[in-house]
Ligand binder design. Structure first.
Ligand SMILES: C[S@@+](CC[C@H](N)C(=O)[O-])C[C@H]1O[C@@H](n2cnc3c(N)ncnc32)[C@H](O)[C@@H]1O
Length: 299
């Protein structure tokens, strides 16, 4: 009883400390001009990458690949995001001869912000040729080490420490771009989405998962996940960088990416399981397709 009381008191103290310290600066929906978020972020000169965020998100192998550890929600998210991405790609292929064993064979997928490789590996296991990129050298090192345990997978999965913005400058093109749980860590969202668009072939799909900027997401993703349950390290997320699905849809359309589906995602921490829901106010997935007539759209 006493231990329970002490735990409750500790949780309450954390919540109060947190709420007074890291209150969101602006609870209105983001207007276009506010998409360049007002934070004290440090950028590397070249590519608008937020160095503080990258340092914070650079984790060790034991963090990335412990399925019961800090990233257990990302591991279990594979149960829902991998079939979602697979169905998006299969819709795009419109082929009748899909291999049952390797359904994504010959599809070139770019995984932006791949971290330790949790999603990249799962997509490569479906037969896709996957390129995982991340701005953190430490995360790429972890991903490469883990991949080296599976020589068969190594033939169709490769990693590179580079940002989306830098890769876009090299003129690479992919059938599908995925970026899961990344854009909520990015300050300069315009240049990030512009890079995604230029990395996609016309008619190609982008799938992103992220977190909406609502009171509910503040309570769920920051107060509950980081401070009350410590499911994620405190300070991992900055609510001011979250983005609502309507704003992301609008931003994508500015770069010739037409949204075809938005799906709410719900995490049950007791079952460690995700499900698809209608509500997109906390976690959601968005699927957009790059316009084939890019030039016409601009006119
Ligand atoms: C929360 S992790 C998501 C990892 C992975 N997508 C997953 O879901 O398992 C976010 C990752 O995005 C990376 N990142 C942030 N900004 C980036 C950028 N501009 N280009 C490439 N990677 C970036 C971080 O280094 C970090 O590894």
């Amino acid at each position: 009883m006493e231990t329970q009381k002490a735990t409750c008191n500790r949780c309450f103290r954390h919540a109060v400390q947190f709420l007074t310290k890291i209150r969101p600066q602006n609870t209105d929906r983001l207007s276009k001009k506010h998409r360049h978020y007002t934070t004290s972020a440090q950028f590397s000169d070249k590519n608008n990458v937020d160095d503080d965020e990258i340092t914070k998100l650079s984790k060790s192998a034991s963090d990335w690949w412990d399925v019961f550890g800090e990233f257990h929600a990302l591991h279990s998210m594979n149960k829902i995001r991998v079939p979602y991405i697979k169905s998006v790609v299969l819709q795009q292929l419109k082929s009748n001869s899909i291999s049952q064993v390797l359904p994504l064979k010959h599809v070139n997928i770019l995984d932006i912000g791949c971290g330790g490789g949790i999603l990249s590996e799962a997509l490569a296991r479906l037969g896709a040729n996957v390129t995982g990129i991340d701005a953190s050298a430490k995360n790429i090192h972890v991903a490469m080490r883990h991949l080296s345990l599976d020589p068969v997978l190594s033939r169709r999965l490769s990693y590179k420490c580079i940002t989306a913005q830098e890769l876009a400058e090299d003129g690479h093109l992919f059938d599908c771009v995925v970026s899961s749980e990344v854009i909520e860590h990015i300050t300069e969202k315009d240049s990030f989405v512009e890079a995604i668009s230029s990395l996609l072939k016309p008619g190609g799909s982008v799938v992103m998962t992220t977190i909406g900027q609502t009171t509910k997401s503040y309570l769920a993703a920051i107060v509950a996940a980081e401070y009350l349950t410590r499911m994620v390290s405190p300070g991992t997320h900055d609510w001011n960088k979250f983005i609502n699905s309507d704003d992301l849809k609008e931003l994508l359309s500015e770069y010739n990416l037409e949204t075809v589906d938005i799906q709410g995602l719900c995490f049950n921490p007791f079952m460690s399981d995700w499900s698809l829901i209608d509500d997109t106010s906390v976690n959601y997935a968005i699927h957009a397709v790059k316009s084939i007539n890019e030039q016409e759209d601009k006119e």
